[in-house]
Design a protein around this ligand. Structure first.
Ligand code: GLP
Length: 242
């Protein structure tokens, strides 16, 4: 695991963007796993001003709220369209987010998992981390072998995410999320975190026990992980970083 610590979240995002630009230079049709939330925003902002063009890159979002579709301002499909597809010039036909309005969400989840496999798997998965240790919407506890599926959100996650909605009661109760097993199959995990509020979760993910009770601890078992942290998010780590 490589940990890159910078003073600000913007610098961390810029370093992460360089890594992705390098991947796309080598592999213009690379498959990216795309994350929402505030953590990857500095990365997307930095990548927007870089070469090469990303028009042939393929993308799979991590998750989506159940009951929200691309027309909903709060849906992840909408956020990915605004922050990633439009900002970075991806081809919308090559980017897929689970359909939160699917008639049969269980089937939608299984289809989504299969589509990732059919694309040859994810080359690089962008990740944030929830304050309770969730990855995507894999709440504690989640099986390390779990696949893309329908999940119920933890009360703490609904509170954390209430800032994007009118109230906590408006945050959907369920979501479709890539599973931990799905995420672990990505060839490279790139996790971003900034701010003091993430310091405890980052320390547990990197240095705590590997347990399904703290889903982000999965990264300790993965052969290729890069963390981009600002100094506040890295402040509770014991180990050396570069
Ligand atoms: C959400 C998302 C996660 C994200 C996490 C952290 O619940 N489902 O994929 O990593 O929250 O969000 P933020 O980056 O805004 O702190």
């Amino acid at each position: 695991m490589k940990i890159i610590e910078t003073v600000t979240g913007a610098e961390a995002g810029a370093r992460a963007a360089e890594l992705i630009a390098g991947l796309v230079r080598r592999a213009p049709t690379a498959v990216l796993g795309l994350a929402t939330g505030s953590s990857p925003l500095p990365l997307y902002a930095a990548l927007a001003g870089m070469d090469p063009a990303l028009g042939r890159v393929r993308g799979f979002s991590l998750d989506e709220y159940l009951g929200l579709g691309p027309a909903d301002e709060m849906s992840y499909a909408r956020v990915i369209r605004r922050e990633v597809i439009e900002r970075l010039g991806l081809d919308p036909a090559l980017v897929r987010t689970p359909d939160g309005l699917a008639e049969d969400p269980i089937r939608e989840a299984a289809d989504f998992d299969r589509r990732i496999r059919d694309a040859g798997g994810i080359d690089l998965q962008i990740l944030g981390i929830g304050s309770n240790g969730h990855l995507a919407f894999n709440e504690p506890p989640s099986a390390f072998t779990s696949r893309t599926r329908v999940v119920e959100l933890a009360a703490s996650t609904r509170l954390d995410n209430a800032r994007f909605f009118d109230s906590a009661a408006d945050v959907p109760s369920h979501a479709i999320t890539q599973g931990l097993g799905t995420i672990a199959e990505a060839r490279h995990l790139l996790l971003l975190a900034h701010g003091e509020g993430k310091a405890g979760a980052v320390a547990r993910a990197v240095e705590g026990p590997v347990t399904e009770d703290f889903p982000a601890s999965l990264i300790q078992r993965h052969p290729h992980v890069t963390l981009f942290l600002d100094s506040a998010a890295a402040s509770r780590l014991q180990r050396a970083r570069v």
